[in-house]
Design a protein. Structure first.
Length: 252
């Protein structure tokens, strides 16, 4: 078994395991082992070889935009720096097209195109204030305005779970995204829970959360992540394209 770790926009590290000799029933256990060994890792994915397309299977079966692009960077490295790639990912039912540009030895710029990803948006209320649930299929994000729901650092994970439970959102993966707009920029603070592996992370960047913001606003966005770097989303015909800088931070 081999491991590579990639960060997206300066955060949200994904460990991808490949050359595997295990079965899917081992994924949850391996997820736990990897996250204990590498505390910076916020999610773990597994490289599954396919007859037509290779596949990234997340430990919790969720959809993860940053892990998708981490997988693209891995595939590019394993295929002599190939720039155009097509593959499958958990939580999304169509092939993903990705472009990887190498910027340096361990740095990349990666774009991933998700065909037909439109999201199902529903408006809800908490204490008379509007909040929005954006269902991406493999994850549901609850978008809340930080003006009305201030962040309390010590309890942010508990607050995330309370919001999820209050709204009755019990999907396989759920994120609560605090949104703040300041000086013409959009900032997010994502906290993501995955049911089957019982993880909850105050994430340092979030690709799928950025997609949810773009879908809610119905326009191209460049969103400042907790890392301080930006992730971009733009609309392309019937697709969404997610892009940012990526970095390989570990290889074993």
């Amino acid at each position: 078994m081999k491991v590579k770790i990639f960060s997206a926009a300066g955060g949200n590290s994904t460990a991808i395991l490949y050359d595997l000799s295990c079965s899917k029933i081992d994924y949850a256990f391996l997820n736990s082992i990897i996250q204990k060994a590498y505390p910076e890792v916020e999610q773990v994915g597994f490289f599954e070889k396919g007859e037509k397309y290779n596949r990234l299977q997340m430990a919790g079966g969720e959809f993860c935009g940053n892990s998708t692009r981490s997988f693209a960077c891995l595939l590019s490295e394993l295929d002599s720096g190939k720039k155009e790639l097509i593959f499958e990912v958990s939580g999304f039912d169509k092939p993903v097209r990705a472009t990887v540009e190498r910027l340096g030895d361990d740095s990349f710029y990666c774009s991933a195109e998700f065909a037909g990803l439109s999201g199902n948006i529903s408006k809800k209320q908490i204490n008379g204030k509007d909040v929005f649930a954006v269902d991406l299929g493999g994850i549901v994000h609850i978008l809340i305005d930080e003006k009305f729901f201030p962040i309390i650092e010590k309890t942010i994970k508990d607050d995330m779970k309370n919001i999820k439970n209050l709204l009755g959102v019990d999907s396989e993966a759920v994120g609560v995204i605090w949104i703040r707009e300041e000086g013409g920029d959009v900032y997010i603070r994502p906290v993501v829970w995955v049911k089957s592996i019982n993880t909850c992370f105050d994430e340092t960047s979030c690709g799928s959360g950025t997609i949810a913001v773009a879908l809610l606003k119905k326009k191209n966005v460049s969103v400042v992540q907790p890392s301080g770097e930006k992730i971009n989303v733009y609309f392309k015909e019937n697709s969404l394209v997610l892009s940012s800088k990526m970095k390989k931070t570990f290889s074993l």
